[in-house]
Design a binder for this molecule. Structure first.
Ligand code: PMV
Length: 327
Protein backbone atom coordinates (compact mmCIF):
# COMPACT_ATOMS: atom_id res chain seq x y z
CA UNK A 1 0.00 0.00 0.00
CA UNK A 2 1.37 3.42 -0.97
CA UNK A 3 0.10 6.91 -0.13
CA UNK A 4 1.29 9.89 -2.18
CA UNK A 5 0.23 13.50 -1.93
CA UNK A 6 0.45 16.56 -4.17
CA UNK A 7 -0.42 20.21 -3.59
CA UNK A 8 -3.23 22.31 -5.01
CA UNK A 9 -2.43 25.74 -6.41
CA UNK A 10 -3.62 29.26 -6.97
CA UNK A 11 -2.95 31.20 -10.13
CA UNK A 12 -1.02 34.34 -9.26
CA UNK A 13 -1.44 35.29 -12.93
CA UNK A 14 -2.21 34.00 -16.37
CA UNK A 15 -5.01 31.39 -16.36
CA UNK A 16 -6.92 31.04 -19.63
CA UNK A 17 -4.29 33.01 -21.58
CA UNK A 18 -1.89 30.12 -20.86
CA UNK A 19 -4.09 27.90 -23.05
CA UNK A 20 -3.00 30.07 -26.04
CA UNK A 21 0.73 29.97 -25.32
CA UNK A 22 0.98 33.01 -23.05
CA UNK A 23 2.94 32.56 -19.83
CA UNK A 24 1.24 31.87 -16.49
CA UNK A 25 2.47 31.76 -12.89
CA UNK A 26 0.64 29.26 -10.67
CA UNK A 27 1.80 28.79 -7.07
CA UNK A 28 1.41 25.55 -5.12
CA UNK A 29 -0.36 25.97 -1.77
CA UNK A 30 -0.37 23.97 1.45
CA UNK A 31 -3.65 22.20 0.71
CA UNK A 32 -3.03 18.72 -0.59
CA UNK A 33 -4.72 15.74 -2.16
CA UNK A 34 -3.67 12.37 -0.75
CA UNK A 35 -4.14 9.22 -2.77
CA UNK A 36 -3.68 5.76 -1.25
CA UNK A 37 -3.49 2.78 -3.59
CA UNK A 38 -3.38 -0.92 -2.84
CA UNK A 39 -2.95 -3.55 -5.51
CA UNK A 40 -5.90 -5.91 -6.05
CA UNK A 41 -5.84 -9.47 -7.28
CA UNK A 42 -8.15 -8.57 -10.21
CA UNK A 43 -8.13 -5.71 -12.72
CA UNK A 44 -10.90 -3.73 -11.01
CA UNK A 45 -10.72 -0.24 -9.61
CA UNK A 46 -12.50 0.58 -6.38
CA UNK A 47 -12.42 4.30 -5.69
CA UNK A 48 -13.38 5.89 -2.40
CA UNK A 49 -13.22 9.68 -2.40
CA UNK A 50 -13.54 12.29 0.33
CA UNK A 51 -13.28 15.86 -0.88
CA UNK A 52 -13.88 19.16 0.86
CA UNK A 53 -16.74 19.90 -1.50
CA UNK A 54 -18.57 16.59 -1.53
CA UNK A 55 -19.76 13.84 0.76
CA UNK A 56 -17.70 10.73 0.46
CA UNK A 57 -18.56 8.14 -2.15
CA UNK A 58 -17.32 4.74 -3.20
CA UNK A 59 -17.47 3.28 -6.67
CA UNK A 60 -16.15 -0.03 -7.98
CA UNK A 61 -15.84 -1.08 -11.57
CA UNK A 62 -13.98 -3.42 -13.86
CA UNK A 63 -11.04 -2.30 -15.96
CA UNK A 64 -11.35 1.34 -16.93
CA UNK A 65 -14.76 1.22 -18.54
CA UNK A 66 -16.96 3.41 -16.42
CA UNK A 67 -18.98 2.49 -13.38
CA UNK A 68 -22.43 2.44 -11.90
CA UNK A 69 -22.07 4.23 -8.59
CA UNK A 70 -24.90 4.13 -6.09
CA UNK A 71 -24.12 7.41 -4.34
CA UNK A 72 -25.85 10.52 -3.10
CA UNK A 73 -23.42 13.09 -4.52
CA UNK A 74 -23.90 14.67 -7.96
CA UNK A 75 -23.11 12.25 -10.75
CA UNK A 76 -21.05 14.95 -12.50
CA UNK A 77 -18.68 15.16 -9.52
CA UNK A 78 -18.36 11.39 -9.37
CA UNK A 79 -17.57 11.31 -13.07
CA UNK A 80 -15.08 14.15 -12.71
CA UNK A 81 -13.25 12.46 -9.82
CA UNK A 82 -13.26 8.96 -11.30
CA UNK A 83 -12.29 10.30 -14.74
CA UNK A 84 -9.04 11.71 -13.39
CA UNK A 85 -8.41 8.58 -11.33
CA UNK A 86 -8.95 6.36 -14.38
CA UNK A 87 -6.57 8.46 -16.43
CA UNK A 88 -3.98 8.44 -13.62
CA UNK A 89 -4.19 4.65 -13.26
CA UNK A 90 -3.84 4.27 -17.01
CA UNK A 91 -0.61 6.32 -16.89
CA UNK A 92 0.77 4.27 -13.97
CA UNK A 93 -0.10 0.99 -15.72
CA UNK A 94 1.71 2.23 -18.80
CA UNK A 95 4.75 3.43 -16.82
CA UNK A 96 5.04 0.08 -15.00
CA UNK A 97 4.10 -2.04 -18.03
CA UNK A 98 1.26 -3.62 -16.04
CA UNK A 99 -1.83 -3.07 -18.20
CA UNK A 100 -4.13 -5.22 -16.06
CA UNK A 101 -3.21 -3.94 -12.61
CA UNK A 102 -6.25 -3.28 -10.40
CA UNK A 103 -6.31 -1.13 -7.27
CA UNK A 104 -8.30 -0.08 -4.25
CA UNK A 105 -7.92 3.69 -4.23
CA UNK A 106 -8.72 6.18 -1.49
CA UNK A 107 -8.66 9.91 -2.19
CA UNK A 108 -8.62 12.43 0.63
CA UNK A 109 -8.51 15.97 -0.63
CA UNK A 110 -8.29 19.26 1.23
CA UNK A 111 -8.92 21.00 -2.09
CA UNK A 112 -12.47 21.71 -3.27
CA UNK A 113 -13.22 20.05 -6.60
CA UNK A 114 -13.49 22.25 -9.71
CA UNK A 115 -13.02 25.46 -7.72
CA UNK A 116 -9.83 26.79 -9.31
CA UNK A 117 -7.40 25.30 -6.79
CA UNK A 118 -6.10 22.50 -8.99
CA UNK A 119 -7.82 19.62 -7.22
CA UNK A 120 -7.89 17.43 -10.32
CA UNK A 121 -4.20 18.01 -11.08
CA UNK A 122 -3.25 17.20 -7.48
CA UNK A 123 -5.30 13.98 -7.49
CA UNK A 124 -3.90 13.03 -10.88
CA UNK A 125 -0.25 13.66 -9.93
CA UNK A 126 -0.56 11.91 -6.55
CA UNK A 127 -2.51 9.02 -8.13
CA UNK A 128 0.06 8.40 -10.86
CA UNK A 129 2.95 8.53 -8.40
CA UNK A 130 1.28 6.28 -5.82
CA UNK A 131 0.05 3.69 -8.33
CA UNK A 132 3.42 3.52 -10.12
CA UNK A 133 5.22 3.09 -6.75
CA UNK A 134 2.76 0.34 -5.79
CA UNK A 135 3.74 -1.40 -9.04
CA UNK A 136 7.44 -1.01 -8.18
CA UNK A 137 8.18 1.85 -10.58
CA UNK A 138 9.76 5.00 -9.18
CA UNK A 139 8.85 8.00 -11.32
CA UNK A 140 10.81 11.25 -11.35
CA UNK A 141 8.96 14.51 -10.71
CA UNK A 142 9.31 15.41 -14.39
CA UNK A 143 7.82 12.06 -15.43
CA UNK A 144 4.89 12.58 -13.07
CA UNK A 145 4.37 16.09 -14.51
CA UNK A 146 4.45 14.79 -18.07
CA UNK A 147 2.12 11.88 -17.39
CA UNK A 148 -0.26 14.02 -15.32
CA UNK A 149 -0.48 16.44 -18.23
CA UNK A 150 -1.27 13.58 -20.64
CA UNK A 151 -3.95 12.34 -18.23
CA UNK A 152 -5.57 15.80 -17.94
CA UNK A 153 -5.44 16.24 -21.70
CA UNK A 154 -7.31 12.96 -22.12
CA UNK A 155 -10.01 13.87 -19.58
CA UNK A 156 -10.38 17.50 -20.73
CA UNK A 157 -10.46 16.51 -24.41
CA UNK A 158 -7.42 18.51 -25.42
CA UNK A 159 -8.30 21.63 -23.40
CA UNK A 160 -5.50 21.80 -20.85
CA UNK A 161 -2.26 23.65 -20.33
CA UNK A 162 0.69 22.19 -18.46
CA UNK A 163 0.33 24.77 -15.70
CA UNK A 164 -1.77 22.89 -13.13
CA UNK A 165 -0.09 19.52 -13.44
CA UNK A 166 3.49 20.87 -13.53
CA UNK A 167 2.79 23.02 -10.47
CA UNK A 168 1.28 20.09 -8.54
CA UNK A 169 4.16 17.79 -9.45
CA UNK A 170 6.98 20.20 -8.57
CA UNK A 171 5.44 22.47 -5.91
CA UNK A 172 6.48 26.09 -5.38
CA UNK A 173 5.93 28.99 -7.76
CA UNK A 174 6.31 28.01 -11.41
CA UNK A 175 6.25 29.61 -14.82
CA UNK A 176 4.60 27.83 -17.71
CA UNK A 177 4.67 29.01 -21.30
CA UNK A 178 3.63 26.40 -23.84
CA UNK A 179 5.84 23.36 -23.24
CA UNK A 180 8.40 25.38 -21.29
CA UNK A 181 7.87 24.79 -17.55
CA UNK A 182 10.21 25.93 -14.79
CA UNK A 183 10.36 26.80 -11.13
CA UNK A 184 10.62 30.40 -9.95
CA UNK A 185 12.13 31.91 -6.81
CA UNK A 186 9.38 33.57 -4.81
CA UNK A 187 9.13 35.57 -1.60
CA UNK A 188 6.64 34.63 1.10
CA UNK A 189 3.21 35.33 -0.33
CA UNK A 190 0.39 36.10 2.14
CA UNK A 191 -2.40 34.37 0.23
CA UNK A 192 -5.99 34.48 1.43
CA UNK A 193 -8.47 32.25 -0.40
CA UNK A 194 -12.24 32.75 -0.52
CA UNK A 195 -14.49 29.93 -1.77
CA UNK A 196 -18.13 30.49 -2.80
CA UNK A 197 -18.96 26.80 -2.47
CA UNK A 198 -19.49 26.41 -6.21
CA UNK A 199 -17.56 25.08 -9.16
CA UNK A 200 -17.03 26.26 -12.72
CA UNK A 201 -17.22 24.10 -15.83
CA UNK A 202 -13.63 24.40 -17.02
CA UNK A 203 -14.32 23.01 -20.51
CA UNK A 204 -17.23 25.40 -21.14
CA UNK A 205 -15.32 28.39 -19.78
CA UNK A 206 -12.25 27.63 -21.90
CA UNK A 207 -14.51 27.25 -24.97
CA UNK A 208 -16.21 30.59 -24.19
CA UNK A 209 -12.88 32.41 -24.12
CA UNK A 210 -11.84 30.67 -27.34
CA UNK A 211 -15.03 31.84 -29.08
CA UNK A 212 -14.58 35.44 -27.92
CA UNK A 213 -10.95 35.38 -29.00
CA UNK A 214 -11.90 34.06 -32.43
CA UNK A 215 -14.76 36.57 -32.82
CA UNK A 216 -13.10 39.82 -31.76
CA UNK A 217 -9.60 41.18 -32.26
CA UNK A 218 -9.95 43.08 -28.98
CA UNK A 219 -10.64 39.82 -27.16
CA UNK A 220 -7.48 38.35 -28.71
CA UNK A 221 -5.69 41.55 -27.61
CA UNK A 222 -7.03 41.00 -24.09
CA UNK A 223 -5.51 37.51 -24.03
CA UNK A 224 -2.20 38.99 -25.26
CA UNK A 225 -2.46 41.72 -22.58
CA UNK A 226 -2.67 38.99 -19.93
CA UNK A 227 0.65 37.69 -21.31
CA UNK A 228 2.23 41.17 -20.99
CA UNK A 229 0.88 41.45 -17.46
CA UNK A 230 2.39 38.07 -16.52
CA UNK A 231 5.81 39.18 -17.78
CA UNK A 232 5.59 42.29 -15.55
CA UNK A 233 4.37 40.07 -12.71
CA UNK A 234 7.43 37.85 -12.98
CA UNK A 235 9.66 40.90 -12.45
CA UNK A 236 7.60 41.96 -9.43
CA UNK A 237 7.83 38.41 -8.04
CA UNK A 238 11.61 38.32 -8.52
CA UNK A 239 11.89 41.73 -6.80
CA UNK A 240 9.59 40.62 -3.97
CA UNK A 241 7.40 43.68 -4.66
CA UNK A 242 4.09 42.62 -3.07
CA UNK A 243 2.39 45.96 -3.79
CA UNK A 244 3.00 45.64 -7.51
CA UNK A 245 1.98 41.98 -7.43
CA UNK A 246 -1.32 43.05 -5.86
CA UNK A 247 -1.89 45.77 -8.44
CA UNK A 248 -1.25 43.31 -11.24
CA UNK A 249 -3.59 40.74 -9.68
CA UNK A 250 -6.35 43.39 -9.69
CA UNK A 251 -5.61 44.11 -13.34
CA UNK A 252 -5.59 40.41 -14.20
CA UNK A 253 -9.02 39.98 -12.61
CA UNK A 254 -10.34 42.84 -14.74
CA UNK A 255 -9.04 41.20 -17.91
CA UNK A 256 -10.53 37.83 -16.91
CA UNK A 257 -13.87 39.57 -16.25
CA UNK A 258 -13.70 41.10 -19.71
CA UNK A 259 -13.19 37.58 -21.08
CA UNK A 260 -16.42 36.52 -19.38
CA UNK A 261 -15.09 34.05 -16.80
CA UNK A 262 -15.85 35.88 -13.58
CA UNK A 263 -19.19 35.65 -11.75
CA UNK A 264 -21.23 37.69 -9.34
CA UNK A 265 -19.95 35.78 -6.31
CA UNK A 266 -16.33 35.89 -7.45
CA UNK A 267 -16.62 39.65 -8.07
CA UNK A 268 -18.24 40.12 -4.64
CA UNK A 269 -15.36 38.27 -2.93
CA UNK A 270 -12.76 40.21 -4.94
CA UNK A 271 -14.35 43.53 -3.95
CA UNK A 272 -14.71 42.50 -0.30
CA UNK A 273 -10.98 41.70 -0.25
CA UNK A 274 -10.07 44.99 -1.87
CA UNK A 275 -12.34 46.94 0.51
CA UNK A 276 -10.64 45.18 3.42
CA UNK A 277 -7.30 46.51 2.24
CA UNK A 278 -5.89 43.52 0.37
CA UNK A 279 -2.94 44.40 -1.87
CA UNK A 280 -4.83 42.76 -4.73
CA UNK A 281 -7.42 40.08 -5.46
CA UNK A 282 -8.48 37.98 -8.43
CA UNK A 283 -10.34 34.84 -9.33
CA UNK A 284 -8.13 31.77 -9.62
CA UNK A 285 -8.40 29.01 -12.19
CA UNK A 286 -11.13 28.58 -14.74
CA UNK A 287 -13.63 30.89 -12.98
CA UNK A 288 -17.41 30.83 -13.30
CA UNK A 289 -17.56 30.17 -9.53
CA UNK A 290 -15.16 28.68 -7.03
CA UNK A 291 -12.28 30.60 -5.49
CA UNK A 292 -10.61 33.98 -5.38
CA UNK A 293 -7.10 34.62 -4.14
CA UNK A 294 -6.06 37.83 -2.40
CA UNK A 295 -2.76 39.09 -1.02
CA UNK A 296 -3.00 40.41 2.52
CA UNK A 297 -0.52 40.16 5.38
CA UNK A 298 -3.15 41.35 7.89
CA UNK A 299 -6.24 39.50 9.12
CA UNK A 300 -8.59 42.01 7.48
CA UNK A 301 -9.35 40.18 4.23
CA UNK A 302 -9.93 36.85 5.96
CA UNK A 303 -12.32 38.53 8.42
CA UNK A 304 -14.18 40.39 5.66
CA UNK A 305 -14.61 37.23 3.59
CA UNK A 306 -15.71 35.23 6.62
CA UNK A 307 -18.69 37.55 7.07
CA UNK A 308 -19.47 38.01 3.39
CA UNK A 309 -22.76 36.35 2.36
CA UNK A 310 -22.00 33.92 -0.42
CA UNK A 311 -18.45 33.17 0.75
CA UNK A 312 -18.69 29.66 2.18
CA UNK A 313 -15.13 29.23 3.30
CA UNK A 314 -12.04 31.32 3.68
CA UNK A 315 -8.53 30.34 4.66
CA UNK A 316 -4.94 31.50 4.59
CA UNK A 317 -2.68 29.58 2.25
CA UNK A 318 1.08 29.41 2.08
CA UNK A 319 3.28 28.70 -0.84
CA UNK A 320 4.12 24.99 -0.62
CA UNK A 321 7.49 24.04 -2.02
CA UNK A 322 6.81 20.30 -1.58
CA UNK A 323 5.68 18.75 -4.83
CA UNK A 324 4.38 15.22 -5.26
CA UNK A 325 5.85 12.77 -2.76
CA UNK A 326 5.21 9.52 -0.96
CA UNK A 327 3.87 10.14 2.54
O1 PMV B 1 -9.80 25.78 -12.60
P1 PMV B 1 -8.54 25.00 -12.81
O2 PMV B 1 -7.74 24.87 -11.54
O3 PMV B 1 -8.77 23.69 -13.47
O4 PMV B 1 -7.62 25.85 -13.80
C1 PMV B 1 -7.95 26.02 -15.17
C2 PMV B 1 -6.93 26.90 -15.81
C3 PMV B 1 -7.16 27.20 -17.30
O5 PMV B 1 -6.10 28.08 -17.70
C4 PMV B 1 -8.48 27.90 -17.53
C5 PMV B 1 -7.12 25.94 -18.15
C6 PMV B 1 -5.73 25.30 -18.22
O6 PMV B 1 -5.68 24.08 -18.49
O7 PMV B 1 -4.72 25.99 -18.06
Amino acid sequence: MVTASAPGKVYLFGEHAVVYGEPAVPCAIDRRARVTVERRADDHLRVHAEDLSLDGFTVEYGGTTGGDPDVDVPQSLVEAATGYVDAAVEQARDAADAPDAGFDITIESEIPLGAGLGSSAAVTAAGIYAAAEELGTDLSTDEVAERAYSAELAVQEGNASRADTFCSATGGAVRVEGDDCRSLDAPELPFVVGFDGGAGDTGALVSGVRELKNSYDFAADTVAAVGDLVRSGEDALAAGDLEELGELMDFNHGLLSALGVSSRSLDAMVWAARDAGALGAKLTGAGGGGCVVALDESEETETALRYLPGCEETFRAELDTEGVHVE
